[in-house]
Design a protein around this ligand. Sequence first.
Ligand code: AMP
Length: 280
Amino acid sequence: MRTYHQIKDLRAHLRVSWQSGRVIGFVPTMGALHDGHRSLIRKARTECDEVVVSIFVNPTQFGPQEDYSKYPRTLEADSRMAQELGVDAMFAPPAEVMYPFGPDATVEVGPLTTHWEGACRPGHFRGVTTVCAKLFCIIQPRYAYFGMKDYQQYRVVERMVADLHMGLSVVPVPTVREADGLAMSSRNAYLSPEHRATATCLHQALNKAAALHSAGERDAAILREAMHARLSGERDVEIVYADVADAQTLEPVSAVTGPAVALGAIRLGSTRLIDNIVLP
Ligand code: AMP
């Protein structure tokens, strides 16, 4: 596996694949790779001829008070994992390579970004869609793999790709969890042992909503209350949101009449965690 830091070098590597029609699968990440990323890479490896993984802590998707500077950066360990998984090329550009004009041209998706993460983190999705558009232009993959752990992000990128006719498919990959249900995340490394033990409450709250839903409950207010009830007694937990949305539009719903998703975000001390569960 080769690691590239410059666009022209990566493109020289990819030229053969482009010309010979090899199917390129792309897994964009911010690094600090864990088993969630591993599952995306494995899927790409089984479905594609050429697998490219990017490692880029994208500054434009972090708010000014967020954790950009302390975000874990573990390029050597990430390279080892990628190599073991049979990745063909890793792309780890410096910020000035990705943003030669600073944050100038941007890509923005409409109403899907209004609620949830979009409401709590102004500009976050503009950063995500802009960097994904740049990476898709550079790599020109046939498939791009996204985790359902970041459900809204998956839907937003899928919409961008469809609406801008980018000519690739966004492939969703199920959330990988720790044994106690906590969704794997690079940010879990921030948690103290006490907070790590508490963190499983988010998954439990979402599961509560899913259990009520599968027992026939369709009143979203009741599902929301059940999630809030599970979270509210927990020490150091601040509920950012815990609610039910339409699985396609991500609009909040009052009655669950079709495919929906229960979404939650909590603050646990200074760590922000998100998770979701699809209500079929
Ligand atoms: P990140 O490095 O956190 O930006 O994530 C890169 C990709 O990995 C995104 O598509 C995430 O949704 C996905 N991902 C992160 N954590 C998980 C997980 N626990 N299970 C599945 N996919 C994940």
